[in-house]
Design a protein around this ligand. Structure first.
Ligand code: ASN
Ligand code: ZN
Ligand code: CA
Length: 333
């Protein structure tokens, strides 16, 4: 059968009605993104292995906006992968996770009431559970971008997933989870410095993580300390998430897209932000040209300062902001 790249309609759980890039094969439409390395979205239908079935059907409309329709979470996952691909291509000049234009794939409806999502290097794919009660699939934009970014980190710096490098790996996924959500600029799902605020994983509407003040989640660390390498990587990520917030937005109180933040520093000194657009360039370039599998917090400081020097010069406001933001999370020289 002949194949054509099409623009379908996704009625997502979290992002309203969106355009999805799909493929038409004969009289069948598939959730295969022909414009982005043929990234595919599969329905595991509660299975936990293999790929289940590729979402396909006689029309190019996917889901109905509620999680009770099996296609809806597929539409979210397809959209999140599409946005993340576009973000890396348009903002950072990277063509796909490995930079080779080849797509990965997504699997939704993993297991029964599975309350997590994950990236796997072995399948080069990301997987989403439906959440408890199957009401809140873990398919929001920030979660999708978080998981896909694990693939990027693996393909670049290769930050080991334990100790301080593990915290930096997790923070990289949160940082780009946030920046992709801002990039989406979707009216149903505006950007913020919160992770997982839409999936209601805590049951009380609170997010999984807060980048302006990581300790608000009850477990994450706001600042570096010797020994932080022995806490869970989802909590030792705190200082790097906090660094990224301070570098982007500066210290103090601020409201962005209706969300209020208040970020303080461990040294009590103010930080003047340089804006997210510069901060994300610095982190991406450090990740892809300076960080290695064993980079720790001190190394992240050295790497981001080196990049700030290359991009803006060592006497620039940007360079000073990188110094000040690291000092604000107790990572010193
Ligand atoms: N959602 C988690 C993550 O991406 C899954 C995990 O802990 N492996 O980090
Ligand atoms: Zn993660
Ligand atoms: Ca978010």
């Amino acid at each position: 059968a002949w194949e054509a790249i099409e623009t379908g309609t996704g009625n997502t759980v979290y992002s309203g009605t969106v355009d999805l890039t799909t493929t038409q094969s004969g009289s069948t439409y598939n959730l295969t993104d022909g414009a982005r390395g043929n990234h595919k979205t599969y329905n595991l239908n509660r299975g936990t292995s293999g790929t289940g079935t590729l979402f396909s059907g006689p029309d190019d409309v996917w889901g109905n906006g509620t999680a009770s329709n099996a296609e809806s979470a597929g539409a979210d996952a397809h959209y999140g992968a599409q946005l993340t691909w576009d973000y890396y291509k348009n903002v950072h000049g990277r063509n796909g996770i490995k930079g080779d234009g080849v797509g990965a794939y997504s699997r939704v409806h993993y297991g029964n009431a599975y309350v997590n999502a994950f990236w796997s290097d072995s399948c080069f794919c990301m997987t989403y559970g439906d959440g408890s009660g199957n009401a809140n699939p873990l398919t929001s934009i920030d979660v999708a971008a978080h998981e896909m970014t694990h693939g990027l980190t693996s393909a670049t710096a290769g930050l080991n997933y334990s100790g301080e490098s593990g915290g930096l790996n997790e923070a990289t996924s949160d940082i780009f989870g946030s920046t992709v959500e801002f990039y989406a600029n979707n009216s149903s799902d505006v950007g913020d410095y919160l992770i997982g605020e839409e999936i209601n994983i805590n049951g009380d509407g609170t997010p999984l993580r807060y980048m302006d003040k990581p300790s608000k989640d009850g477990s994450s660390k706001d600042s570096w300390y010797s020994g932080i390498g022995s806490v869970d990587v989802h909590y030792s990520s705190g200082p790097a998430n906090h660094f990224f917030y301070l570098l982007s937005e500066g210290s103090g109180a601020k409201t962005i897209n209706g969300v209020s933040y208040n970020s303080s520093t461990s040294d009590g000194l103010p930080v003047t932000g340089i804006g997210r657009a510069k901060a994300e360039q610095i982190w991406f370039k450090a990740l892809t040209t300076k960080f290695t599998s064993t980079t720790n917090y001190a190394g992240a400081r050295t790497g981001t300062l080196a990049v700030a020097g290359e991009l803006y010069g060592t006497t620039s406001a940007e360079y000073k902001a990188v110094q000040d933001a690291w000092a604000g999370v107790a990572v010193g020289s």
